[in-house]
Write a protein that binds this ligand. Structure first.
Ligand code: IMP
Ligand code: MG
Length: 198
């Protein structure tokens, strides 16, 4: 797989943190345009509402929205997990709701990454209750090895191995979202071996 060496090298990291390019900006861009066309082909005559999950999906959503021809509107929703172990407990909380009703509308939830699936499972349950005409899911990245909840994404940018990734919206402690491409982040404490994040 091509790396984003130039971009990654110019990114300041903190001591002990290391990033290694995984997917280049150019590849991401090409793939998002494909997905945009696919979405429009699936719903040729419908106004679409893209619901971005803050904050990670912002970059993906911005490109995807411009890659879908025709009528597209945007809204945003935000969630947070309770504490550190919540990935497996499934405790997710809504911290920002949508601005408008989705009843009768064709909605595509746009998320940065599908990992355990807990976040999307929670969101889809809430949104389904609001009676959209259709509810679909688009994710930039899919890490199927970590799946706990049975969530299905209709549109997937890239399937990736079980590694902690940053960039193109994805963060580590709120940093690295602004990397051009997607990179693997590893941590190294002095005297100890390099270790994966989480
Ligand atoms: P899930 O609920 O386990 O599917 O996790 C979804 C959320 O966890 C994503 O929206 C991300 O915010 C975060 N996440 C999961 N894997 C990664 C990763 O590799 N890098 C950065 N954030 C991640
Ligand atoms: Mg995050």
């Amino acid at each position: 797989m091509a790396t984003t060496k130039k971009t990654i090298q110019s990114t300041p990291t903190r001591p002990g943190e290391k990033v290694r390019g995984l997917i280049t900006r150019a590849r991401i861009h090409r793939r998002i345009l494909e997905i945009g066309k696919q979405i429009r082909a699936d719903f040729p005559d419908e106004p679409l509402l893209l619901v971005g999950v803050l904050k990670g999906a912002v970059f993906f959503l911005a490109d995807l929205a411009r890659g879908i021809p025709g009528e597209v509107s945007l809204d945003f929703i935000a969630v947070s997990s309770y504490g550190k172990d919540t990935k497996t407990s499934g405790q997710v909380r809504l911290t920002k709701d949508l601005d408008a009703s989705i009843e009768g509308r064709t909605v595509i939830v746009v998320e940065d990454i599908l990992d355990t699936g807990m976040t999307l499972q929670y969101l889809l349950r809430i949104l389904e209750q609001r009676k959209p005409k259709r509810l679909r899911v688009a994710v930039l990245l899919d890490k199927p090895e970590r799946r706990v909840a049975a969530v299905h994404a209709d549109y997937v940018g890239f399937t990736i191995p079980n590694e902690f990734v940053v960039g193109f919206g994805l963060d580590y402690a709120e940093r690295y979202r602004n990397l051009q491409g997607v990179a693997v982040l590893t941590l190294k404490t002095p005297g100890k071996a390099e270790k994966p994040v989480r």
